[in-house]
Write a protein that binds this ligand. Structure first.
Ligand code: GCU
Length: 382
């Protein structure tokens, strides 16, 4: 939810000043035989140098299901326990019509407002502990009801035969520099102080894995067919979740930008330094790619292989460096033995390309996730 942003550092938005080269994935240029080992080494570096180390899964997860007055969806009350500590959080579930005993695949993820933004009625409780982006007012309120339903177009997704499960990201990890460790995942998991401390992006990624745990407890769901989606800061989180959690079969990384799908080395639009000056709680303390071998976001994209990866960019989303997102995907493609067309060829309004298990499109317009993006993503997963 990018609003007007005041740059804290000198930022570049001039395309002509940056490289349009596809970055190399490996120094030697060739994909090594041990893909799993390579992926583990990258993820270890991302954990140590940028996002922090995710906590282990909780000791237990239980769910209770409640109807939501006036809606076809259900509220799922989730209880997570670690040792004697517990954390309760809500999500909403929409099942496609015509359930004939065959379990549905599921589309899941965190959302900026969560179900509150998807229901106009007041049947879904507003979480008073949730802390959401400053540009949306910082806290969930009645004024948020039903205003962002287009971001998870339920009918469109259900019509494609996918169930939907979403929850508000700020309920799991408050998106506030001063409050993020006060309630939710941090006090539940108490991350190990001897390890690089996870920032909020890593803890949101952890939370997405918990939504999969929930899906595994729903008899109507085929949890071997999980697609996950996230937009913007939650695109960063869903990418990290997909890189770590092999239960995500297909991931939609939407307008994720800096420390998401776009290349930090291009220095176009938002930079990690700029991001961390405004959101210091998003990564481990003092993040910095430290190794002699350059690490960039195409390595994170490549860590999703061999599972399916879809990156969505928007033409006016200069803050996210959409070309940097494309080039990162092109740089990751060798991990799937694929190649994407050169940038100049790919770059036009409504561009779309798919190469085996990876896909991309360029939506005309600004930073957002819209039914347009879902239509293409659902075609990709069909
Ligand atoms: C800010 C931030 C981005 C982020 C975006 C969002 O603009 O700088 O990195 O992706 O918020 O999550 O909407």
């Amino acid at each position: 939810m990018t609003g007007a942003v005041t740059a804290l550092t000198e930022l570049n938005f001039d395309d002509s000043l940056v490289s349009e080269a596809v970055p190399a994935l490996f120094e030697a240029g060739r994909v090594p035989g041990d893909a799993a080992g390579v992926r583990a080494a990258w993820l270890d570096r991302f954990a140590r140098e940028i996002y922090g180390v995710m906590p282990s899964a909780p000791d237990s997860i239980t769910i209770e299901r409640f109807p939501i007055a006036g809606e076809t969806a259900e509220r799922i009350a989730i209880t997570l326990k670690v040792a004697e500590r517990q954390f309760r959080v809500d999500a909403a579930l929409w099942l496609p019509a015509g359930h004939d005993g065959k379990p549905f695949p599921i589309a899941l993820g965190l959302d900026f407002l969560g179900p509150t933004g998807m229901f106009f009625g007041d049947g879904y409780p507003i979480d008073p502990d949730a802390r959401i982006s400053r540009s949306s007012g910082g806290r969930l309120s009645e004024s948020h009801r039903g205003i962002t339903g287009y971001r998870w177009p339920i009918k469109q997704i259900n019509d494609a035969d996918y169930a939907v499960l979403t929850s508000c990201y700020g309920s799991w990890v408050p998106d506030s520099e001063t409050e993020w460790q006060g309630v939710g995942v941090w006090p539940l998991t108490r991350p190990d102080p001897a390890q690089p401390q996870p920032g909020a992006i890593a803890l949101w990624a952890w939370s997405i894995s918990r939504l999969i745990d929930v899906a595994e407890r729903l008899p109507e769901i085929d949890a071997s067919r999980v697609i996950a989606a996230g937009h913007s800061r939650l695109g960063k989180a869903v990418l990290l979740a997909a890189a770590h959690d092999a239960r995500i079969g297909v991931v939609l990384v939407n307008n994720s930008g800096c420390l998401g799908a776009s290349l930090s080395s291009r220095n176009l639009g938002e930079t990690p330094a700029e991001m961390l000056a405004r959101f210091p709680h998003w990564t481990c303390p003092n993040p910095a790619p430290a190794g002699a071998v350059p690490l960039d976001q195409h390595h994170l994209l490549a860590s999703v292989a061999p599972r399916r990866l879809y990156v969505a960019s928007a033409s006016e989303d200069h803050w996210c460096d959409p070309k940097g997102e494309y080039l990162a995907l092109a740089g990751a493609a060798p991990m799937w033995q694929q190649t994407l067309p050169p940038l100049q060829e790919a770059w036009h309004e409504d561009a779309e390309c798919q190469s085996g298990a990876i896909g991309w499109h360029l939506r005309p317009g600004p930073h957002d996730i819209r039914p347009y993006d879902w239509a293409r993503f659902l075609r990709f997963v069909a």
